[in-house]
Design a binder for this molecule. Structure first.
Ligand code: SME
Length: 153
């Protein structure tokens, strides 16, 4: 059983001790989550370039992805850039617009990150287990993104 509240405290401690290098702090958070939670096989943060209408991978833990730039509207991530809503995919093979980074991935969750009510990016998590993500994950990741917005931006 994952102790999500303890994990949130650990993430907040990393954020409180952050240097000016946001990406390195976010990389530490990715590693913390990916090594602590069994069903988090890949964890990354994408941030929006509004002028170009693209998402850019700024930090991750897990195998390197070829998809470091994703146009708004494409894939699960690109859809969240436009919808501003959580997207939980229980079975990626059933999704029309899905960008595969690793053939082992079975399910995915993407939670937008709001700074002053603006959707500036997102946390994206892949699992090698089908139907891996619950409401508890969504709630935890919303709280994590709120802490990142408060403490890092
Ligand atoms: N699967 C994502 C692309 C990012 S990779 O998972 C790292 C998508 O469909 O947007």
């Amino acid at each position: 059983m994952t102790n999500y509240s303890l994990l949130l405290q650990e993430a907040k401690a990393l954020l409180s001790n952050a240097t000016s290098d946001k990406d390195s702090t976010l990389t530490k958070i990715c590693l913390l989550l990916q090594t602590t939670i069994n069903h988090y096989d890949w964890v990354g943060f994408y941030f929006a370039n509004d002028a170009e209408k693209t998402l850019h991978l700024k930090a991750f833990a897990g195998i390197p992805s070829d998809h470091t730039v994703i146009p708004f509207g494409k894939g699960i991530c690109g859809q969240v850039a436009i919808s501003n809503e959580n997207f939980v995919v229980d079975d990626v093979s059933a999704q029309d617009s899905y960008i595969a980074c690793d053939i082992h991935v079975k399910s995915e969750i993407v939670i937008p990150l709001f700074v002053n009510d603006k959707n500036v990016g997102q946390i994206d998590i892949d699992s090698n287990v089908i139907n891996a993500f619950s409401e508890e994950d969504a709630h935890f990741l919303e709280q994590l993104n709120a802490a990142i917005a408060d403490l890092l931006f």
